[in-house]
Design a protein around this ligand. Structure first.
Ligand SMILES: [Mn+2]
Length: 324
């Protein structure tokens, strides 16, 4: 018998999509969580003749050929590939994967779970409810409060947890005690992080007088960056926030301040109100930070950030290497 493989995204939308697939076609032999850029490597691991479902993952030009070749290998060995997504695809990408033998369903009107429900298809009552909750969060419309609970529930743990979450969401009946308890844990943890951010943040100013609120973030909680930054900007009544980490820095802004140019000046990019860049701090500052002495790294990062902000404000547009 051929192996059933599901490849899905790591967020609520991906988990819900996988739950709908499993709940409709049956248990998967392999459930793989991936980010779009990992698809080449992921597909290489799928055995010949497999029955493959891909959900809530887009393709992009750099990996198109690699993935198409793998799809060709799978379908030529009697396998099948069904791909469900709601991100924007170029027509040529759809054509290339179809030529390789995949069934491709791309629909930007709904979330990934919605695409699976519509085209797999799956029309049970629980599927409708799960799609409603999931799309609410994934499409940023927030018209179904259960989605906010589910997003926090799914985000609680790593791969093993997400596997469990897929099973949990099959036959979705709403927010039960178990989900509530996990969400409570996640929310108190987030509150703790936000409270400590306010306590540890500092107001800094550059040589040209530009002011910002800065914070060093040692924990790996990227999804909180925007919340922390907006909290700090409000609390300190400052329009630019600098969030430093060991390998990257993020800018956030409000009241029309554009931070994307500053990010570009140090080799990064982003949007006017949310941007960032990778940073390469001098080794000794990095080493000290791992020993718990974060000041030297934090000060270096803040200087890099302030310098970029002030140069951007002056209208300079040449990227510059940042030194010690
Ligand atoms: Mn999605």
């Amino acid at each position: 018998m051929s192996e059933r493989v599901i490849v899905t995204h790591t967020d609520l939308d991906g988990v819900a999509a996988a739950a709908i697939i499993v709940g409709t076609v049956g248990e998967a032999d392999r459930l793989m969580f991936a980010q779009p850029h990992q698809l080449g490597a992921v597909f290489a691991k799928i055995p010949n003749g497999a029955e493959v479902y891909v959900s809530d993952l887009g393709i992009n030009q750099p990996i198109l050929e690699k993935v198409a070749k793998q799809i060709g290998r799978i379908t030529e060995s009697e396998g099948t590939v069904k791909w469900f997504d709601h991100h924007r695809w170029e027509e040529g990408w759809v054509r290339r994967l179809r030529d390789a033998g995949a069934e491709v369903y791309v629909d930007t009107e709904t979330c990934g779970a919605g695409v699976v429900a519509k085209y797999l298809p799956a029309s049970s009552e629980w599927v409708k409810e799960l799609v409603s909750a999931t799309c609410s969060v994934d499409l940023w419309v927030f018209d179904d409060w259960r989605g906010n609970y589910l997003a926090k529930y799914v985000g609680y743990g790593g791969t093993e947890w997400k596997r469990r979450a897929v099973t949990k969401l099959i036959g979705f009946t709403g927010i039960d005690n178990e989900i509530e308890e996990v969400v409570e844990k996640v929310v108190s943890k987030e509150l703790e992080i936000l409270t400590s951010a306010v306590a540890k943040a500092v107001v800094v100013s550059g040589k040209g007088g530009l002011r910002a609120v800065a914070y060093f973030k040692s924990r790996d909680d990227h999804h909180l960056t925007s919340f922390i930054a907006s909290l700090l900007m409000n609390r300190f009544d400052i329009d630019v926030a600098i969030i430093c980490r060991r390998g990257s820095l993020s800018f956030r802004s409000r009241r029309g301040v554009d931070v994307s140019k500053a990010a570009k000046l140090i080799g990064g990019g982003g949007h006017p109100r949310a941007a960032g860049a990778k940073i390469n701090p001098p080794l000794w500052r990095l080493v000290l930070s791992f020993l718990g002495i974060r000041g030297p790294l934090f000060r270096w990062c803040v200087n890099v950030a302030l310098d970029a902000l002030e140069r951007a404000a002056r209208g300079e547009d040449l990227p510059r290497e940042v030194g010690c």
